[in-house]
Design a binder for this molecule. Sequence first.
Ligand SMILES: [Zn+2]
Length: 509
Amino acid sequence: MIRRKFINLLTTYLGTHLFKPLIFAKDITGYTGDRLKLIKDSATKEIVLLKKWDQYYISLNDFAKALNYGIFTNSAKRKAVLYVDRDKATFTADNSYVLLNNHVYQFTYEPIWHDSEIWVSAQILADVFTKYSSQKFLYNKTSKTLTINKKNVNISKVDISSRKNGYLIHVYANEKFPRKNVTIKEKKGWLYVDIVGGKVDRKSINRKIQSGLFSEIEAIQFSQMVSIAFKLRKSTVSKELIFDEESNDIYVNLQMNEEIPKEDIRNTELEEQRKEWLIDTIVIDPGHGGKDPGAVGYKKLYEKNIVLPVALKLGKMINKKIPDIKVVYTRKTDIFIPLWKRTKIANENKGKLFISLHCNGSVNKKVNGFETYFLSADKDDRAKSVVLKENESISFEGQSDRKRYEGINFILATMAQNAFIKQSQYLASVVQGALAKKLVANGMKNRGVKQGPFWVMVGATMPNILIEMGYISNKHEANFLKQKGNQTKIAQAIYNGIAQYKEQVESTI
Ligand SMILES: [Zn+2]
């Protein structure tokens, strides 16, 4: 603790005098002295790099300043909007979703918030623009260069907005197309805008649309022309081509014969995408069960028999207080479920949080306290025995079940969860804090948030934690844990933690 404080002080000092430092928990190696070369129009600029995991991060502010791009940072929401020519990308700290030209894409490495600004992995920044916009950012990690080019296109993107009794298609053109080169036609439920001499990058145009008149946009590139096709849910009454002399852009005004709700189509689309982020399904996983008793404690108290009632109480509380949330249990009775199947249930039910409930056990009867884990390939030394104990469940599984774990590398498994680890860590700290509020007063020790390679968390595609609610090998805690009133207290504490997390996360989207 003292060392951490010292490092923070030192880096604060250095930060104001020398460079932008970055000190996080152990997953950050921080500032390395490396710089990124930005190459654009044969001019070169350099900006600071930070290293996290195996990625180099750049400050979006530095990037925008160096290349004269527009940027807007919302510190309260820890978001930044970057404007590169006519493309607009929104990055949010600790959030793996990037909004580019009103479409949401998910990436592995989340932006981070440091020194009051957003830092983005250089690789992700290059991918976002190269894959989905008219820009071509070539990133070379070895030579630490980012080369900024434009793709060889003259139509960069297509937008749709709703109007009274109709819709407006906006085709962004980088050069002037003569009127005779552009035609529109409607055929078999599709509207085609054909542009002779048009060149597009299909990825920046093609997409599915959830609501409104259009269900899909698809560009077909021919050698002499491009055909941009719009799949229609209803047919149109009239269509009119409009050429904007100033901007070179082309508009198609579509009239319908019935009133269309006034909602902005882009807003409804965003609303649909926002729903993806909402915590609307929580998976509760009472550990062990059936032939697997889990830890066996004081007076033959079984772990499986404590975690199940706590799980059911927690689920009931969620149902009662936030009825919009769907609660899924990996087991509701005393049955055996293999570890791999627990995350499978969570993923199949599109869980947004995965909460695994356990009790601890030790040969040393004096050991006591509660702790919360998130998945990591690393483990604290003190966590070793807990990891061993919880992974022991595999020994109750059949041969074919056990085969599933072969060849799984915890380091890779953790990397695959990268997008959720930061959230899992945050969820763990909030839940542990809520447990402390209720349990410390009952003479239980707060053992804090820890990390470890637990099989039950591998493969979960959502933030996930494992709670050890106390030692059933300890006489005092065994007596505490088996009382129904105390089980309610624990469920209440976990509920409070989840509710706090949900509120915090949803306020940022
Ligand atoms: Zn357990």
